[in-house]
Design a protein around this ligand. Structure first.
Ligand code: FPP
Length: 231
């Protein structure tokens, strides 16, 4: 099928690293490492096809409940990714942004995040938004508290959106890998009218062909945003 439109904002719940590792008889950490390679492939795809916003769910506020060594593996992987991708981000004009709470994130990682956000802030081809230490309910509560602090009253939906962690357009397409039919506290406000695509493919196996399949499905969707077509 020919793809005629690409989403402006693609969001992904990257799930199944653990299951992928188990299937191969490997440690979960290796599943996450392979998952980081899929992150590179998807970002490359977005660069190639001019998809200006990519949001990836990398670590949720609930993921702190995982065994300490797995949490530590995920922190280290993210740090390594930041260090290794700096050059590529400058070369391809990718703006790096992290959405989430800053508390609990190891100081060294937090510093590197801020450094890369600063270095890439004028890059204008793609925004890579990593949801890290992210929870959508936390984001909404944080927004409400900032609104109260600012003494605002009678705010509109548009005003409210401005208090979220970023001002990016809402995702057009939300992909979830490895078959689970749930949202897991991800972008609850922003996905009101997003198209959903859930695949059984595990995140480490999610490659260019798999993204094509998701975008082909998106191309067949009839987006009405609550309205009626052709009246
Ligand atoms: C879900 O798989 C995946 C995560 C909780 C972490 C996602 C992290 C990466 C893809 C790698 C590093 C990220 C970046 C941005 C470099 P799971 O462990 O819940 O899988 P399971 O449900 O099969 O156990």
């Amino acid at each position: 099928m020919e793809i005629t439109k690409y989403p402006e904002h693609l969001a992904i719940i990257m799930d199944g690293n653990g299951r992928w590792a188990k299937k191969q008889g490997l440690l979960r950490a290796l599943g996450h490492e392979k998952g980081a390679q899929s992150v590179r492939q998807v970002l490359e795809y977005c660069v190639e096809h001019h998809i200006p916003y990519l949001t990836l769910y990398a670590f949720s506020t609930e993921n702190w409940n995982r065994p300490q060594d797995e949490v530590s593996t995920l922190m280290k992987l993210f740090l390594k990714y930041i260090k290794n991708e700096r050059k590529n981000m400058m070369k391809n004009k990718i703006r790096f942004f992290v959405s989430g709470r800053k508390n609990n994130v190891p100081e060294k990682l937090q510093k590197e995040i801020e450094k890369l956000e600063e270095e890439t802030k004028n890059n204008d081809k793609i925004t890579l938004n990593i949801a890290f230490n992210y929870g959508s309910r936390a984001e909404i509560v944080d927004a409400v508290n900032r609104i109260i602090k600012d003494g605002k009253e009678n705010i509109t939906e548009e005003d409210f959106s401005k208090y979220l962690y970023n001002d990016f357009p809402d995702p057009d397409l939300l992909i979830r890998t490895s078959g689970e039919m749930r949202i897991s506290n991800f972008l609850l406000w922003q996905i009101a009218y997003s198209e959903l695509y859930i695949t059984d493919t595990l995140w480490p196996d999610f490659d260019e062909k798999e993204i094509d399949k998701a975008i082909e499905s998106y191309n067949q969707r009839d987006r009405r945003f609550g309205g009626v077509k052709n009246v």
